[in-house]
Design a protein around this ligand. Structure first.
Ligand code: T5A
Length: 211
């Protein structure tokens, strides 16, 4: 059985990832692929319990290092129970946020030692690495406006100041520059249809979608 493909969606708040992830999942299913659409933190029952802990409450409820450890505890459970089994049976896994969010939120924006994050990546991810990462980029104020306009999701990271969100944006762009073979930057300022086309173009160009 050929291993499936692993695509991650990354970017700041309100970038449009969740919306586009659903559209990509539907397009891949139309091509006859089995698709597992999932998210972080969360994606497995244990990791969803950790999500409740880490995303609720005051902005300073957890320190960046504690957040890093909670994200990685959730991520390991998600990898073991959902991502690896799906890839092993040949499914395409599309995941709303993954390890780059820890690098950007807890690392670049939060100040956690990059050495700790790299060590966790190598011990916890092992060979479960994305084949393609779509980095959704847009000005901070546009993303926060969109995030505030949609109801019902957690607010803990949105409530950090604009300097935090600027560091976050720079952090994601730095990851994309450092790993251009894995990452594609998507201009997230366009219409839903324009962004969908940009996502599909990146997926078709880099991964064998058909057959
Ligand atoms: N986190 C996560 C860490 O700190 N470290 C980690 O390691 C991980 C994995 C997750 C939080 O956890 C943090 C980061 C996050 O703060 P969440 O609620 O899942 O929390 O937050 P987000 O992933 O940021 O989800 P958002 O909903 O904020 O952003 P999305 O998914 O990028 O955006 P989406 O699709 O929900 O769209 C937002 C709004 O904009 C509209 C949509 O209709 C929606 O109303 N929209 C557009 N409007 C105009 N034009 C477009 N092109 C649009 N696209 C979407």
């Amino acid at each position: 059985m050929t291993r499936g493909r692993f695509i991650t969606f990354e970017g700041g708040e309100g970038a449009g990832k969740s919306t586009q992830l659903k559209r990509l999942a539907a397009r891949l299913q139309d091509q006859g692929q089995e698709v597992v659409a999932t998210r972080e933190p969360g994606g497995s029952p244990g990791a969803e319990s950790i999500r409740e802990l880490v995303l609720k409450g005051a902005a300073d409820r957890w320190s960046p290092v504690t957040e890093t450890l909670l994200m990685y505890a959730a991520r390991r459970d998600h990898i073991e129970r959902v991502i690896r089994p799906a890839l092993a049976r040949g499914a395409w896994v599309v995941c709303d946020r993954f390890a780059d969010s820890t690098r950007a939120y807890q690392g670049a924006a939060g100040g956690t030692d990059p050495g700790l994050i790299s060590a966790l990546e190598s011990h916890i991810l092992e060979d479960t690495r994305p084949d393609l990462t779509l980095v959704f980029d847009l000005p901070v104020e546009v993303g926060l406006e969109r995030a505030h306009a949609r109801a019902g999701t957690e607010m803990r990271f949105e409530s950090k100041g604009s300097a935090f969100h600027e560091r976050l944006r720079d952090g994601f762009l730095a990851i994309a520059r450092a790993e251009p073979e894995r990452c594609a930057v998507i201009d997230a300022t366009g219409s839903l249809e324009a962004v969908e086309q940009a996502v599909w173009a990146a997926v078709e160009a880099r991964l064998a979608v058909h057959g």
